[in-house]
Design a protein around this ligand. Structure first.
Ligand SMILES: NC(=O)c1ccc[n+]([C@@H]2O[C@H](COP(=O)([O-])OP(=O)(O)OC[C@H]3O[C@@H](n4cnc5c(N)ncnc54)[C@H](O)[C@@H]3O)[C@@H](O)[C@H]2O)c1
Length: 343
């Protein structure tokens, strides 16, 4: 065992922008991590890092991070278009990688990263934040234990006014979160995807998109994404055979409500009125932890690195999400024609 294997994981963060600065803060705080350096093309952002975290190295050159033998793990929070090449370089240099969503912009690239991580024996994790959110952990438990019965369908909305991006559309910017949650809750990949959307603000960059994922046995997930909407909504609704669940991330505390509501089918009844019995029961607000999802995500990464454990949002899960997004993008271009996920 080397000294590095014994101490905190030595981490570098690439991209100290609006989101990456949260990774910088979190890895500087977690006891299992030692934040070695931060890389960004923007010198002004590095100056902020130096002011807040004296002792942390800064560089504008990514190759310096990759060539630094003391760095064990690289966290990539740069532009989406950079994720593939940066993750590939880091894995080639035998670093563990936590790459922000979207993992890549193309399924063959995601596949290459999965194979590369396996061949060099390093951890590859994707920043699908919601999989670490206590509310999503609770929803997964409600599905797995069948407390809500059989999960029939879900729908989610991720709406806001801004942040309008120029390098990716609303599907690739917001979609990874909800697609990741849908795959996680159904525990499988959809067979077919349909998507319709429109670009109003910038030519060719859709601002609003409606995506439907069709799973085996008629299960489905419908996802509405937009950065051109008067409301800020982050809500997921699950409809099960016995209960229904609403996760509202805009609620400060009571983020999850379990509705003991449903329609029971009474097969042994004479009257048609009794055949479908609508049930209105209690509403339960379970206590879920209030820990910051990003902290939980980063801690999970650290916990997986040393023992070589498979992260919840590993490269394979990331690849599945990219396949769905790629199919949705194709359907968007074909004006809503159903597209098979497996190609
Ligand atoms: N998991 C989440 O909840 C979540 C939330 C927001 C953003 N994100 C993702 O995080 C990533 C960053 O988003 P953001 O909002 O911080 O964007 P941003 O534009 O604010 O920051 C990106 C930073 O990366 C730097 N950068 C770009 N290319 C680089 C390179 N080659 N080398 C070094 N630095 C480079 C830029 O200079 C910039 O400072 C995106 O992929 C985004 O989708 C994830």
């Amino acid at each position: 065992m080397t000294t590095q294997d014994a101490g905190p994981v030595r981490v570098a963060v690439v991209g100290a922008g609006e989101w990456g600065k949260n990774h910088v803060r979190t890895f500087s705080q977690l006891r299992g991590a030692h934040l070695v350096s931060v890389c960004d093309l923007a010198e002004a952002r590095l100056a902020n890092v130096r002011a807040q975290y004296p002792g942390v190295g800064t560089t504008t050159r990514y190759d310096e991070v990759v060539q630094d033998g003391s760095v064990e793990a690289v966290v990539i929070a740069s532009f989406a278009s950079q994720h593939f090449t940066q993750a590939r370089q880091a894995l080639h240099a035998k670093k563990h990688v936590l790459v922000e969503k979207p993992m890549t912009l193309d399924a063959t690239e995601a596949e290459e990263l999965v194979h590369l991580a396996a061949s060099v024996g390093r951890c590859l994790m994707v920043g699908h934040l919601l999989l670490y959110h206590p509310a999503v952990v609770k929803m997964r438990q409600l599905v797995e234990t069948e407390e809500i019965g059989e999960l029939f369908y879900l729908y989610s909305q991720r709406l806001n006014l801004g942040q309008v991006r120029k390098d990716e559309n609303a599907l690739w910017s917001f979609g990874p979160h909800d697609v990741a949650v849908a795959l996680h809750l159904f525990g499988s990949e959809p067979l077919v995807v349909t998507a319709k959307g429109e670009a109003f603000l910038q030519k060719g960059i859709v601002d609003v998109v409606f995506v439907t994922l069709h799973f085996a046995r008629r299960k489905m997930a419908h996802i509405h994404l937009s950065w051109l909407d008067p409301h800020k909504i982050r809500r997921t609704t699950l409809v099960g055979s016995r209960k229904m669940v609403v996760f509202d991330d805009m609620e400060p505390t009571d983020k999850i409500r379990i509705y003991d509501k449903g329609v029971d089918i009474r097969r042994h009844t004479m009257s048609y009125e009794d055949y479908l019995h609508v049930r209105f029961g209690d509403i339960l607000i379970p206590h879920i932890g209030s820990e910051e999802p990003l902290r939980l995500e980063c801690q999970h990464f650290l916990d997986c690195v040393r023992p070589g454990a498979t992260p919840r949002s590993d490269g394979v899960h990331g690849l599945q999400v990219i396949r769905v997004l790629a199919a949705a993008q194709k359907s968007l271009q074909l004006d809503g024609v159903p597209v098979s996920v497996k190609g």
